[in-house]
Design a protein. Structure first.
Length: 196
């Protein structure tokens, strides 16, 4: 009889992997392969790995598994977002406008569309730790999502956010400030997922 894998061990391994990637990208960025981060981002790393982990746990728990094409779409979208946020692409996007625009196309349009097409919400929810599920059902969260996804509001936010970040006086500042750059990327990715 095999013993079940303790959940805390998975989170400990995740933190250990993140710490190793953080140290390597900070101390040896030029030695990192292309698919590893040039500048490690804990939020992007944790968001990607936690969502993927909860998704795969949820696949084992849901009664009706999503179709293979939905699983593929979701995984492709998450990996595309990871590629533009956590690989050398992100470094190049910070320094070359055409790569930056391509990265935002992935975050705001293609990756977000594939994630939404995967309709993975119920599967991720099934794989999440039980104590987090009530947060998704909190009235403030539901109301915020209802407003953001309202048919009259969602397109305005989708297009408005794109134009806002491209205003020259804002965009120039964003490209010189790492914190604003990260905020721009996160708002583009989250707004794209909420829209689609």
């Amino acid at each position: 009889m095999t013993r079940p894998f303790p959940g805390w061990l998975g989170y400990a391994l995740l933190l250990g992997l993140g710490a190793a990637m953080d140290i390597l990208s900070r101390d040896f960025p030029a030695a990192m392969p292309f698919w590893m981060p040039w500048e490690f981002s804990w939020p992007a790393f944790l968001a990607t790995l936690l969502v993927l982990g909860w998704f795969f746990l949820g696949l084992a728990r849901v009664e009706k598994r999503p179709a293979a094409w939905r699983v593929g779409a979701f995984l492709a979208g998450v990996m595309l977002d990871y590629a533009v946020l956590q690989t050398h692409v992100d470094y190049y996007a910070q320094h070359m406008f055409f790569i930056h625009r391509a990265a935002h196309f992935v975050l705001h349009h293609l990756g977000a569309f594939l994630i939404a097409l995967g309709f993975a919400g119920p599967t991720i929810r099934a794989g999440m730790p039980r104590f987090l599920v009530p947060l998704l059902d909190a009235r403030a969260v539901r109301r915020t999502m209802d407003v953001m996804q309202h048919p009259a509001v969602a397109p305005v936010l989708f297009v408005g956010l794109l134009y806002f970040w491209l205003l020259p006086q804002i965009h120039t500042r964003v490209m010189l400030d790492a914190d604003l750059y990260d905020l721009m990327n996160w708002t583009m990715a989250l707004n794209g997922i909420a829209f689609w």
